[in-house]
Design a protein around this ligand. Structure first.
Ligand code: AMP
Ligand code: MG
Length: 500
């Protein structure tokens, strides 16, 4: 008997409603599971399960582990690998697609929101090219941890429902435990999904995809006079907001290729991502990003570049006259910078503890970031300690700078600006502690947690770190090490990797 025919296959675990597989013929390839040696649930995200209307108590047992290890299809699923293309580091690949992922189906949560349930690392598909279709435990746990951290930080993100192991080894630079991540996303539509059909001159499918995306993500625009323009405008705004949110927590995505840019505005794919330590707009950690294309400070420009590629893929649907279409798309793209700036500035005002907006706030913010860059100050801690300064306790922040002249001058300016507001200092500092996290997934802690899990079968560091970053704003006695920057030597040589 193969794993696919296990008795007691989980029934009613998910109530699927698979619009993508059902309504979009020609956009994906059906997928067949393969048995795995020894499926095992490693971690289940109970809180996420509950919010999806699933009973976390059902997530147990061999048959369920088989489902989440990609060896067995749950009832009602219609598993498909989705087609997509993408600009990778500026160069176009017309055929990428889910090479190691499969969309099991969609579920609707109790609030009425629709979610994709997808497996990542579940074996080869029609789009695998030379790849093995598999994932290793380390990267699966990284994605789990980062998605939860982003979610807790209020940044839209895909999230992990389950991490499971397969009992098999995957071959990377060394044999590693094979694993499968169950990913929950508002959808897996990407800029690259549109590019796949646009590159083939298949305007009809681009049009259908626009209709599908609008119905799913922008239902208020289904009757818009020009749904493609409505979608373009909405995606530009979501991506501007997303990148602004990344910038304000010091997140470096690392691989902002158009196949990793969602239509929903969620962060997706955490392979080579990292968090800023000492503030440096040029910071880049990805081993393959030699030119610094996706460096921290380049992310807004790359976000806009990706939106230009999205606009191009929509041109034939925007208007039958190409010149007209280009003009309309360009006008939408021209709004990216202002949208980004508005989202960034409203985030930065919260971080600065400002409740109102005044002319010159952006200068105050930019001067602060200049100071952090010039003195290479830890981004997360500096912001957090500015909240202490709001309470009148300047010393911890001041101690982070070795040259105090510019810092003192800036602090006077910030105090003057703060005093123009009617809030009490204690209200301001509390608001700042809600906007400036103390616990972010520090790179060295993430690596240590993944190493312990993979090399020593020890998930305690992972669990402890997950717990810390899941409540990033409340400082807790005993969790000091989760707030500390990495040793400078660690950060100087830290490298991250794609597609692992
Ligand atoms: P990623 O770097 O995970 O965003 O993946 C980029 C592209 O490479 C996507 O089309 C993936 O499906 C594909 N890919 C990455 N790793 C593998 C793998 N191990 N096997 C097959 N395809 C892969
Ligand atoms: Mg990807």
């Amino acid at each position: 008997m193969s794993m696919n025919e296990l008795p007691g296959e989980p029934i009613g675990m998910f109530t699927f409603d698979n619009t993508y597989a059902r309504d979009l013929e020609g956009f994906s390839a059906p997928w067949q599971p393969t048995p795995v040696a020894s499926p095992c649930l490693v971690r289940v995200n109970d809180a996420l399960a509950e919010s999806l209307g699933l009973d976390p108590q059902l997530f147990t047992g061999h048959a369920v582990a088989s489902v989440f290890a990609g060896a067995c299809v749950p009832n009602g699923a219609s598993p498909v690998a989705q087609a997509y293309a993408g600009h990778q580091f500026g160069g176009f690949s017309a055929q990428l697609g889910d090479g190691r992922a499969v969309l099991l189906g969609e579920i609707v949560d109790p609030s009425g929101a629709r979610h994709d349930i997808a497996l990542k690392g579940s074996g080869r598909t029609a789009f695998s090219r030379g790849g093995d279709g598999k994932a290793a435990l380390g990267p699966v746990l990284r994605e789990y941890l980062m998605g939860e951290a982003m979610h807790a930080l209020g940044v839209p993100s895909t999230r992990a429902l389950v991490a499971a192991t397969t009992g098999e080894r995957v071959i990377r630079d060394r044999p590693l435990p094979g694993a499968v991540l169950t990913r929950v996303a508002a959808s897996h539509l990407r800029v690259g999904t549109f590019q796949f059909f646009a590159a083939r001159g298949d305007s009809e499918r681009v049009r259908r995809l626009v209709g599908y995306a609008v119905a799913r993500h922008d239902p208020d625009s289904v009757d818009a006079p020009n749904p493609a323009m409505a979608l373009l405008d909405a995606v530009i705004d979501r991506q501007a907001e997303l990148v602004a949110a990344w910038m304000n927590i010091g997140f470096i995505h690392g691989v902002m290729n158009t196949d990793n840019v969602t239509i929903s505005g969620e962060t997706i794919d955490f392979g080579p991502c990292a968090l800023l330590e000492a503030f440096d707009p040029k910071a880049v950690f990805s081993s393959i990003d030699e030119g610094g294309r996706y460096a921290y400070g380049n992310q807004p420009a790359m976000g806009k570049w990706n939106m230009a590629r999205f606009a191009e893929s929509l041109l034939t649907v925007i208007h039958s006259d190409l010149d007209q279409a280009v003009q309309m798309a360009t006008e939408a793209l021209d709004r990216f910078d202002d949208r980004y700036r508005d989202h960034w500035l409203s985030g930065v005002r919260r971080k600065l503890g400002l409740d109102t907006s005044r002319e010159g706030d952006h200068v105050l913010a930019e001067d602060w970031l200049d100071l952090l860059a010039r003195h290479r100050i830890d981004f997360t801690l500096a912001w957090r300690r500015l909240a202490d300064a709001a309470d009148g306790d300047d010393a911890p922040l001041r101690a982070m700078f070795d040259d105090h002249r510019q810092f003192d001058a800036w602090l006077i300016g910030w105090r003057e600006r703060s005093s123009a507001e009617s809030r009490e200092a204690s209200v301001q500092s509390a608001a700042m502690r809600d906007a400036n996290p103390i616990y972010v997934p520090r790179n060295h802690l993430v690596e240590a947690a993944l190493n312990a899990a993979v090399d020593d079968d020890d998930l305690e560091p992972f669990d402890r770190l997950l717990e810390a970053v899941s409540r990033p704003y409340d400082e807790r006695a005993g969790d000091e090490r989760y707030a500390q920057p990495a040793p400078a030597e660690f950060t100087a040589t830290y490298r991250t990797f794609c597609g692992t």
